[in-house]
Design a protein around this ligand. Structure first.
Ligand code: GKR
Ligand code: MG
Length: 435
């Protein structure tokens, strides 16, 4: 992509601003969301004074990498992305930060140094594309080859949820109420449809015994007949349990998401059911594709442009999936509007997107944008404005950064188990499989 020669697209600086954002008490297999969650806001500034925006995980291990990776950009043009990625491996990752186990904070598959780097690079890539688009007067989707749809469909992302964070814990209030049984889940789904018009539903499972979660999905199917439903226990079940759930819910599920942990277990489940299996846990890097596809372990890969390394890598993933007859869609982790805009741009360019992406965004009452992203009839319209089409609210950014500065460190690294132990000091992270 060559910009008009008179423009100077050289990066002169990269601002990195960690923030803490309010998060409701959403339950998952690792515990419960903390009242505030870390995100990192990236601003890439060019010699022409254009600022491009990006966003990624904000835990310490990402922040430590963000500065050295960002510094590699300075002096290069925002359209010099391949060089940004090539050689990024030279930026050392503190070995103590890499567990080699499932990244329990975000349930995003096995944590590797490469994935940590890619998660930071994704935000730099998005920020560069935003700056390039603003400079050229083109939307990000145009820089990715152009949109093939004008709106991207999202699903309601339902969570078991407490009414509020434990007593005594500083937190923002939310108006979603509790959802700890089938009736609560259906009520939450109704609110999602009323507020945003979603027509498909994903329930985060792995929280209650499978029979209770089966009952919740059945209740959703009764309340919303014919609507696509997914259940995602983040690998909490054995192969046997996964197959039982698949049998009991096979007639209403669009897919089961990560019922069991890891490719071998997923392959066993897939061999025993016709219910499609989706994953954002066993195929999270290009290296993991071969085994999973060869063993027919998954039928839908859910990209997360953060840990896949950005929007162009998400397109590469989609092309590989297409080649092997595997569907592609997107899952999400807690995120703000910059990431929702980025997801929407790239999703608009993927030809065969047969499943609604999911987004945590409705759970985030706070953002760093001047105008919140909106859902209409369960979709986000693809912006044709230059870049991502979003604008930073500096006052909001400063406010949320101040919260990060004022934190004593307890919330700077997501720890759902620690949050759960505030309510129940004896709580231990369940062994896998849990059921
Ligand atoms: O936010 O609790 C959560 C989710 O469980 C998240 O961490 C997962 O990464 O939503 C994600 C998923 O689809 O597994
Ligand atoms: Mg998932």
């Amino acid at each position: 992509m060559t910009a008009t020669p008179s423009r100077d697209l050289t990066v002169t600086g990269v601002r990195l601003t960690p923030v803490l954002v309010a998060d409701p008490p959403l339950l998952n297999t690792q515990g419960v969301h903390q009242p505030y969650t870390p995100r990192l806001i990236v601003e890439v500034v060019t010699a022409d004074g254009i600022t491009g925006l990006g966003e990624t995980y904000g835990d310490t291990k990402y922040l430590e990498l963000a500065r050295p990776l960002a510094d590699r950009l300075v002096g290069h043009r925002v359209d010099d992305l391949n060089r940004l990625f090539a050689g990024a491996d030279e930026v050392a990752v503190d070995a103590a930060r890499v567990s080699g186990q499932v990244d329990v904070g975000g349930l995003r598959g096995v944590q590797t140094a490469g994935k940590l780097r890619l998660s930071v690079l994704s935000a730099l890539e998005v920020a560069c594309l935003d700056a390039l688009g603003k400079s050229l007067g083109l939307p990000v989707h145009a820089l990715l080859g152009g949109k093939v749809r004008d709106a991207v469909e999202y699903s309601a992302y339902l969570f078991y949820k407490w009414a509020e964070h434990p007593e005594g814990v500083a937190a923002e209030k939310d108006d979603w109420g509790a959802a700890v049984d089938p009736a609560g889940v259906v009520e939450q789904a109704r609110r999602f449809t009323e507020r945003y018009g979603f027509t498909s539903f994903k329930l985060k499972g792995g929280v209650f015994p499978p029979e209770e979660e089966i009952a919740a999905v059945r209740a959703l199917a009764a309340a919303f007949p014919g609507h696509p439903l997914r259940l995602d226990p983040n690998g909490a079940w054995s192969v046997e349990t996964s197959l039982k759930v698949a049998e009991k819910l096979g007639d209403v599920l669009e897919y089961l998401e990560d019922p069991a942990l890891g490719t071998p277990a997923m392959a066993e489940v897939a061999a025993g059911t016709d219910v499609p299996l989706a994953t954002n846990m066993c195929v999270t890097t290009f290296a993991e594709i071969k085994e999973a596809f060869t063993r027919d372990a998954v039928q839908v890969v859910l990209s997360d442009h953060h840990y896949w390394g950005g929007l162009r890598n998400t397109q590469h993933l989609a092309a590989i999936c297409r080649t092997f007859g595997v569907d592609v869609s997107m899952h999400s982790n807690t995120h703000l509007g910059i990431s929702l805009a980025a997801m929407t741009h790239v999703a608009s360019t993927v030809p065969d997107l047969h499943h609604a992406c999911d987004s945590h965004y409705p759970w985030q009452s706070e953002d760093v944008l001047t105008e919140r992203m909106t859902f209409e009839d369960g979709t986000v319209r693809v912006s044709d404005a230059p870049g991502l089409g979003v604008e930073l609210d500096r006052d909001r950014l400063a406010f949320l950064h101040r919260r990060w500065l004022d934190d004593d460190g307890a919330l700077r690294d997501r720890d759902d188990a620690a949050a759960m132990r505030i309510a129940d000091p004896d709580w231990v992270r369940p062994a896998v499989p849990r059921w």
